[in-house]
Design a protein around this ligand. Sequence first.
Ligand SMILES: CC(=O)SCCNC(=O)CCNC(=O)[C@H](O)C(C)(C)COP(=O)(O)OP(=O)(O)OC[C@H]1O[C@@H](n2cnc3c(N)ncnc32)[C@H](O)[C@@H]1OP(=O)(O)O
Ligand SMILES: CC(C)C(=O)C(=O)O
Length: 514
Amino acid sequence: MRKINVFDTSLRDGEQMPGIALTVKEKLEIARQLERLGVDIIEAGFPASSPGDFQAVKEIAETVKGSSITGLARAKKSDIDSAWEALKSSAEPRVHVFLATSPIHMEHKLKLTPDQVVERAVESVRYAAEKFPHVQFSAEDANRSEWPFLKRIIEAAIDAGASVINLPDTVGYRTPEEISKLFEFVTENVKNIDRAILSTHNHDDLGMGVANSLAAISAGAGQVECTINGIGERAGNAALEEIAVALQIRSDYYQAKTGLKLSELKRTSALVSRLTSMNVPGNKAVVGANAFAHESGIHQDGMLKNKETYEIITPELVGATSTLPLGKHSGRHAFKTKLNELGFSGSDEKLQTIFSAFKQLCDKKKEVTEDDLYALIADATDDQDSTAYELTALQVTYGMNHVPTATIRLKKQDDSEIEEAGTGSGSVEAIYNTLAKMTGGNYSLADYRIQSVNGGEDALAEVHVRIKADDFEQSGRGVAHDVLEASAKAYLHAVNRVIARKHYAKREMAKVES
Ligand SMILES: CC(=O)SCCNC(=O)CCNC(=O)[C@H](O)C(C)(C)COP(=O)(O)OP(=O)(O)OC[C@H]1O[C@@H](n2cnc3c(N)ncnc32)[C@H](O)[C@@H]1OP(=O)(O)O
Ligand SMILES: CC(C)C(=O)C(=O)O
């Protein structure tokens, strides 16, 4: 098995993604996690580009010692000097010098002739090699460059001191077959290539970033450049987690491995997503929320019988867990398993009744939660406790310099009514204090959210609450034209559900004991 060096550029090319700007502290936090993940080289930034990036690269170089740290520099002495100042304290100072080699970049962007580009590359690599023990040279837009010119500049860069040669597909233009041919050409024709490691760096404009990286590895690349969650300029870079897991799962095919601790992938993805505010799509390979979620009945049945029927990656490998979410496409096997987990041990007939109600609910609701399942169980098991209390009257007095007071009347299951008044520092708190007193529960409010239904002046208020009761939390929902009435209903809904849940658990326990 060949060892492939993983070069993570989330903090440099990844940060070039529109909408991302990381602080020094955030970059440091990500770098520490990349080190934990076992990344070989972390490209921490572009020191000459801003004082903030300089500082981030410097602090990462000073603190992260388990991975090699590098920084980007144009083919310019001042950029290389800046990189040296930022990186000199790192364990193995390493710089990444780049210069474009495609006709369009040389002529229109750099305004240099090919000869001038070679001269500038050699001068810069030589200057960098006087300071840094490791110099990487990237031929920007290599994949749209002319091959004889690439051969010439790569040989010159290696002779000038580059030990890594990167051939990026800067604009994500190539196909896997074309990338393979380029790497084969370079391996076979560059006369001093045995003195350098070849690296691949691919963008995802045509959705082939990962496939191109894997093709380059097959064709001889010893280093792969990628980012967590595939963040990066435009459509992003090749995703590190996808490359790493493909190499692991298909090691029979690629005959190559990385030194990554794959069980850190999910955590790393979540951290990068949180700090960059870039959501990971649910269907994203390896780290998406659905990557190990099986909803359809036939798949769930297969999974329950043998996980290998539908899972080629064990979720534990990447630090995730598999789930069988219940929804419109689920079948009886998974439904029964879930209900048993929730403590249901009723007859098959009861189960069938609950399953039918569940299927009807799925046609109305996108997501069926555990609370919904408890409610379905309670309904089907003749549990009348699901509405232990009903709100029949509510009055709230509020005024500046007055203590808000709520007066509430509730109807109990035996049709008797109770009334109580209570205060709070605000109107909602007054209602909740009063309801807690009346229902006798020891509840604390864990979450309170309000939204309007339909908008407009006559919009309904919809309130969602979560209350904490003993060792679990229970949600409740209330809708009314008035915000305070919706708030009271939501709280009472949650209390009724707590009571129903406790009764259900008690009855199941009694069944087990008898
Ligand atoms: C493929 C890539 O991802 S490359 C990395 C791209 N990343 C970034 O650009 C992010 C950070 N960049 C920046 O903050 C700024 O662009 C800076 C600080 C680097 C430069 O800013 P400015 O001096 O204002 O220049 P500006 O960005 O407008 O133009 C780039 C200049 O660098 C030149 N240049 C571009 N690449 C290179 C290179 N590899 N080597 C030398 N010069 C280069 C351009 O030709 C242009 O030069 P000119 O001013 O003589 O026309
Ligand atoms: C600097 C180089 C490697 C780059 O980011 C690219 O070509 O995409």
